[in-house]
Write a protein that binds this ligand. Sequence first.
Ligand code: CA
Length: 473
Amino acid sequence: MLEIRVVTERPNLVFIMSDDHAAHAISAYGSRINETPNLDRIATEGARLDAAFCTNSICAPSRAAILTGTYNHVNGVTTLDTPLDNSLWTFPAELGASGWQTAMIGKWHLGHGAGADPVGFDHWRVLPGQGHYHNPVMLERDGRVVERGGYVTDLITDDCIEWIDQRDPERPFALFCHHKAPHRTWEPSRDHFTMYEDETIPFPDTFRDDLAGRAEVVQAVKMRMMDLDPIIDLGAVVPEGLTADEEIDWRYQRYIKRYLRCVASIDDNVGRLLDYLDRSGLAENTIVVYTSDQGFFLGDHGWFDKRLMYEESLQMPLLVRYPPAVAPGSVIDDIVVNVDFAATLLDLCGVETLADLQGRSFAPLLRGDQIVDWPTSMYYRYWMHRDGSHLCPAHYGVRTRSHKLICYYNDPLDQPGARGPADPVEWELFDLVADPLEVTNVWGDEAYGEVQAELLAELARLQDHVGDAPFVR
Ligand code: CA
C-alpha cells in the first residue's frame, strides 16, 4: 500500500524513560525529598506537564501503551506476563519508515525471542527482563550478548551517546534511552552509595495513613514498609530492639535513600546527555522527553510500589524540551495519558500516520495553544488480580480534573483460595480538590450523590469510548 507522508520538519527525538520514577521525586515537581537539577533543566527550558497519567500503572503495559498509542485491552499487554506482539504498529517504527535513524537502548521489558524482540529500530541493545544494576548483560539483535563492567544507568547513557555520535548526521534520529533505575531493588552506584547517609528524609504526610474507609482489598495490599525484604530490598538486617513504629520508620529511611540514590544517578546521566546535545550542537533541533512508565508510592499511604490508581502511582513525570515549539518554563495542567504520547511525538516530528491510534496529539498544548475539545477525564484499568506478592486488586476508574472514581472488582473465582471481601465489587470516590491526599472515601456519601452519578456515567462513557467493557461476575 502506498503511504503518503507529509514531513514538514525533521527534528531529532531523545526519549528518556526511567522505570518507576515518581514525579514527587523530581524537584521541578516540588519534591520535598531530593534535588534533580538536570531534570529540572528540561522543565525550565521546556514544558512540565502536571496531569500526565498512565492508563495502567505497571511497567510492561505502560510501555506497550506508549509505543503503540493504544490501551492495553487493544494492544494485548494487560499484565506483566504478556509480551508485546512485535508485529503491532509502533511509533518508533513509523519514524524509521519516515527516514529517522532509530535506536532502543536500555530496558525493554516487553519480552524477548521470536515475536517479542524489539522491532522497528535500526539498533537495539536491551537488558534481558529486569536486567541487573551492576555489570549488566545486554542483548542485541541476532542473539548477541554484550558483557561489560559498570553501573547500568552510566552504561546505558554511554551507549546512547556513542550511538548518536556514530549516526549519519544527514538524517534525523530518534533515540529511546530507557533506564532500569529506580526500579526495585534500588541498588545505587558507587558514586552515590553513601548519599543522604547522615540525613533524615522527610516522611510523606500520609505515611501513617490507617486506610480507614478505603476499600477492603486496598487495605489488604502487601505494599507496606513491613512487606519489604530487609536484605534484598533494604540491604541490611533490621536492628534489634526497635519498637514496631521505629522499625517502620527505619525501613522507610533505608528504602527511600536507596531509591533516591538511584534517582541521583539518573539525574547525573540525564545531565551528561543534555551536555552532549549542547556540545554537539543538537540541542536546538532535538525534542527531549523525560518520563517514567508510571509513578510510585514513596511511603505515601505507608506504601511502596505502584499499581493502584492513587495519585502518586497514577501520575507520570513528563518534561518536554523542544526550543522551536515549546516555550521555556511552560506548565500544562490538561489531562494527558501515555496512550497520547505516540500521536504527540509523531506530530512534533511532522510525521502523519495512517495508524489507528486511540491517543490524540497534545502537541498544540505544548506549543501553547488551546484544544477546545480536549478531554477533561481519563480512563484507567489495572488488570492483574491479586498477584502473588503484592495482592493488588484488579480495578478500573475515571479521573477528572476534580474527582476520582475507582471500581475494584474482586472475583474470588479469579484466584482460588484468595481471601475476598464479602462484596466482590467495592468502590472509592475521592474529591481531589477538598482531599488531594485521597484519605477520605466519599463513595455513598449523600453530599456527593450527584457527583457520584456523573462519574459513574463518565466511567461507562469512557469505557465504551475506548472499546473496553465492565467487569461482569
Ligand atoms: Ca515501571
